[in-house]
Design a protein around this ligand. Structure first.
Ligand code: ADP
Ligand code: MG
Length: 665
C-alpha cells in the first residue's frame, strides 16, 4: 500500500495536519471513517414548493453564461433539461466549471427551488446522473485546519488500492455472516446502498468491540491467575471486630466483606472494585479489609486523591483501630521533611501497620515492609500509571479500588472489565434522604430565605459554583461576586469564606478546619470539596448553575450533606435543563442516577473531567451497540479459552495485539 507522503496532493503541510489527527499511515487514513452520510435522492419536482431544497439531474441545455462582478465574484446561468422540464440554473462563483458544462453533459444540481421563476439557485453541481437510486455521500469531520472534503479527496486517491488487516477469526466472520473486511472498508468510504453500508458498519463495530473485549478479558484472565499472598486469618476474629462496631453492617456491606475476605485468604491476587454511593459505608468495609490484612501480619496502604480526604480518613481510621493497638500513620506531601523522613523510616522498618496518604505514598523514596494490601479511594481520579506505580511497591499486594461514582452496567464492563466488583447498593438505615429542590435563577430570594432558615437553626451551608472553562480569573470573579452578595445578605451575622483552586493546600486546609469547627457558617467553593469531607452540621448545599454538571457529579456533591440525623437540603439553581435535573429531586439512588445520566448525556460527563481513552471507539457506540458489545464479550472469552496459549493463535495480528497488552501491564 502507498505511503501517506506518496499520495499525490499530500504535502508536508497536509502530512502534519494528518499527524494531529493521529493519522500516520495509509492504514490510519482509511480507518478514519466518515462521521455521517448525506443522502442525495432525486426530488419529486411537482410536489416541491417555493424555496424548497431540491436535488435534480438532467442534461445541460444551453452554454453557460458567466457574469463577473465586484472583482472576484461571478454568477453563472444555464438551462437544464430534466427530461420533463426546463429549468434555469443559477450558481455563484463556479465559473471554473464552465469548460466542463458542455451541452448535453449529464449533471446533478443541488440547491433551492425558485418555483415562481422556474429556476434553481444551486449550491452544488456534480457530474453524472442520480438515476433511480439514491446517492450516499460520506461526510468526514473537518478538524485542525483540514477540511472534510480534503480528507475525502485524499482517501479517493488510495481507496482503490488498499489493504486491510483482518483481525477477526474466520469462525466469527462466518457466524455473523459479516462482509469481507476489505469490502466493508470500501463500503464505509464509498457506500453503494444503505443496506450494504449498514452491514459494513456492523462488521467494523463488532471488530472494534471484539478487539477491545479480547484485551479486557485477556487481562482479566491473566489477573485471575496472578498468584498473590495467601493470608491465613480466622473469620471469627473478623466477626468479633464487626460485632464491636458501633453499628450493624448492612447486608451489602457484609457481602462485600465476605468477598474481600475470600480474596485475601485465597492464593489468587485480589483485584476488586468496591463501589457504592457516598455515605453507603465503604470506608468501614475498607477498614475491615485492612484489619484482616493486619491479622495476617501484613501492612496496608490507603491512597486518596486529596490532603483533606487523607486527613479525614486518618482521623476516623486511627480512632477505629486505637483499642486494637494497630499503628496508623499519615503520609502526605504537606508534611515537613523531618516528619516525613521519620515516617518513611518507620514504614521501611515495619513499625507501621497502616499508612494513609496522598500521592506521597508512591514517591520513590518510600518503601514498604510486607505490604499486603493496597486500597485506592476514588480510584478514577488516579491515572493508570499511578495505580501501577503503587503495585510495584509491594511484593504482590492485594488491591482494592473504591469508587463513589456508581457507573452504569454497560460501562462497568468496558471500564472495569478486568476487575471483580462488589457493590453496596443499600444505605445504612435511619439515614435521612437529602431533600432536593430545584430553583430558577429568578427565585434567588426564595433560596436566600431557605438558607437563612437553616442558619438560624445553627446549621452550616455549602455553596457550590461550577468552574468556568479553564479561566481561573473568571472563576475568581464569579466566586467573589457570590461572596459579596452572600455577605450583603448574611455577613453581619455569619462568617462566610470561599475555597478555590488557586489557594495553597495550607490555606484550603485552614478554611476547612474552620468550617469543621463551625467558625465559618457558609463555605463557598468550586468543586474542590467534591470528594470526602465530612461535616455533619452542614445541612444545606446550594449549587449555582447546576445545569453545568452531570447528574452523577451533582449526586456526589449533595452527598456532602445529610451526614447526620438532621434534615438536610440540596438546592439546585438553574435556568436551564430543569427536566434533566429534576431526576435528582426524585431519587437518591446513585445507581439509578448514573443510568439516567448515561441515557441523557452519554459517556462524556459521568466522570466529570475524566476522559477515558478506553472509550474512544471509532465506529462503535457502547450505548447503541450494547448488544453487540455483549456478544463480543462472550465471543472473545470463548476465543481465549480455546487459545489458552497465545502461541496457538494463527492470526498474527491478534497474537501481536495480545503480546502488547502483556507488555503494558
Ligand atoms: P463512604 O465511604 O461510602 O462514603 P462512609 O464509610 O464514610 O461512607 O460512611 C458514612 C457514615 O456512615 C460514617 O459515619 C460511618 O461510620 C457510617 N456507617 C457506615 N456503615 C454504617 C452502618 N451499617 N450503619 C450505620 N452507620 C454506618
Ligand atoms: Mg468514602
Amino acid at each position: 500500500m502507498m505511503k501517506l507522503e506518496e499520495i499525490k496532493g499530500v504535502g508536508s503541510k497536509t502530512l502534519s495536519l494528518l499527524k494531529k489527527l493521529d493519522i500516520n499511515t495509509t492504514n490510519d487514513l482509511i480507518s478514519f471513517y466518515p462521521f455521517r452520510y448525506e443522502i442525495i435522492k432525486r426530488s419529486d419536482i411537482y410536489t416541491l414548493k417555493q424555496d424548497d431544497h431540491i436535488v435534480i439531474d438532467g442534461i445541460v441545455e444551453s452554454v453557460p453564461n458567466v457574469v463577473f462582478f465586484k472583482r472576484k465574484m461571478n454568477r453563472m446561468i444555464f438551462r437544464l433539461n430534466t427530461g420533463d422540464m426546463l429549468l434555469n440554473v443559477v450558481i455563484f462563483n463556479r465559473a471554473f466549471l464552465k469548460p466542463k458544462l458542455k451541452i448535453n453533459t449529464e449533471i446533478m444540481v443541488i440547491g433551492k427551488y425558485d418555483k415562481i421563476r422556474g429556476s434553481i439557485i444551486a449550491s452544488d453541481i456534480r457530474f453524472g446522473r442520480i438515476g433511480k437510486k439514491e446517492i450516499i455521500e460520506p461526510v468526514y469531520h473537518s478538524t485542525y485546519g483540514l477540511s472534510g472534503s480534503k480528507i475525502k479527496k485524499i482517501i479517493d486517491k488510495v481507496i482503490d488500492d488498499i489493504e486491510v488487516i483482518n483481525y477477526l477469526p474466520d469462525k466469527l466472520v462466518k457466524k455473523y455472516q459479516f462482509l469481507d473486511k476489505l469490502d466493508a472498508v470500501y463500503e464505509v468510504h464509498r457506500p453503494t446502498t444503505i443496506t450494504k453500508l449498514k452491514e459494513a458498519r456492523r462488521l467494523l463495530k463488532y471488530e472494534e468491540l471484539f478487539l477491545f473485549m479480547l484485551q479486557m478479558n485477556y487481562l482479566k484472565l491473566k489477573k485471575d491467575k496472578q498468584i498473590g499472598i495467601k493470608k491465613e486469618v480466622d473469620y471469627t476474629l473478623v466477626e468479633k471486630f464487626i460485632n464491636d462496631l458501633p453499628f450493624k453492617l448492612t447486608s451489602d456491606q457484609l457481602k462485600a466483606v465476605k468477598e474481600i475476605y475470600d480474596d485475601l485468604t485465597s492464593s489468587r491476587k485480589m483485584n476488586r472494585l468496591l463501589q457504592g454511593d457516598v455515605g453507603s459505608g465503604k470506608t468501614v468495609v475498607a477498614v475491615i479489609a485492612m484489619y484482616i490484612n493486619y491479622l495476617a501480619g501484613y501492612m496496608s496502604a490507603m491512597m486518596v486523591p486529596t490532603e483533606v480526604l487523607a486527613n479525614q480518613h486518618y482521623e476516623t481510621i486511627s480512632k477505629m483501630f486505637e483499642k486494637y493497638g494497630i499503628r496508623v500513620v499519615l503520609l502526605t506531601g504537606k508534611l515537613k521533611k523531618k516528619e516525613k523522613d521519620k515516617i518513611v523510616e518507620k514504614m521501611a522498618k515495619g513499625e507501621v501497620n497502616i499508612v494513609i496518604g496522598t500521592h506521597a505514598l508512591i514517591t520513590d523514596n518510600v518503601t514498604y515492609h510486607k505490604l499486603g494490601l493496597v486500597i485506592t479511594d476514588e480510584q478514577h481520579r488516579f491515572g493508570v500509571n499511578q495505580r501501577n506505580a503503587f503495585q510495584s511497591k509491594g511484593e504482590k499486594p492485594d488491591i482494592l479500588y473504591m469508587s463513589a461514582t456508581p457507573i452504569p452496567r454497560t460501562y462497568a464492563l468496558v471500564l472495569y472489565g478486568d476487575m471483580d466488583i462488589s457493590s453496596i447498593k443499600t444505605k445504612p438505615t435511619g439515614r435521612k434522604e437529602v431533600k432536593t429542590i430545584l430553583k430558577h435563577d429568578k427565585q434567588i430570594m426564595d433560596v436566600l430565605k431557605m438558607m437563612y432558615d437553616e442558619l438560624k437553626k445553627g446549621h452550616q451551608i455549602y455553596v457550590i459554583t461550577p468552574l468556568i472553562e479553564e479561566s481561573d480569573s473568571l472563576d475568581m470573579e464569579w466566586i467573589e461576586n457570590i461572596e459579596t452578595n452572600l455577605n450583603k445578605a448574611f455577613g453581619s451575622r455569619y462568617n462566610i469564606a470561599s475555597l478555590h483552586g488557586k489557594m495553597s493546600s495550607e490555606e484550603k486546609e485552614e478554611i476547612m478546619e474552620k468550617f469543621k469547627n463551625n467558625d465559618i457558617q457558609i463555605l463557598i467553593s468550586t468543586t474542590v470539596i467534591e470528594v470526602g469531607v465530612d461535616v455533619p452540621n452542614a445541612t444545606m448545599m446550594v449549587i449555582y448553575d447546576s445545569y453545568r454538571f452531570g447528574l452523577s457529579t451533582l449526586h456526589q456533591l449533595r452527598g456532602r450533606v445529610g451526614r447526620s440525623n438532621l434534615d438536610s437540603y440540596c438546592i439546585l439553581i438553574s435556568s436551564k435543563e430543569t427536566k434533566r435535573l429534576s431526576i435528582l429531586t426524585k431519587t437518591n439512588d446513585g445507581f439509578i442516577i448514573s443510568e439516567e445520566d448515561f441515557k441523557l448525556r452519554g459517556s462524556g460527563d459521568i466522570f466529570g473531567v475524566r476522559q477515558s481513552g478506553d472509550m474512544n471507539f471509532k465506529v462503535a457506540n457502547i450505548k447503541e451497540d450494547y448488544e453487540l458489545l455483549l456478544q463480543a464479550k462472550d465471543d472473545s472469552l470463548e476465543f481465549l479459552q480455546e487459545h489458552d496459549n497465545i502461541e496457538t493463535i494463527d492470526n498474527i495480528y491478534l497474537k501481536e495485539l495480545l503480546y502488547r497488552v502483556m507488555d503494558l501491564n
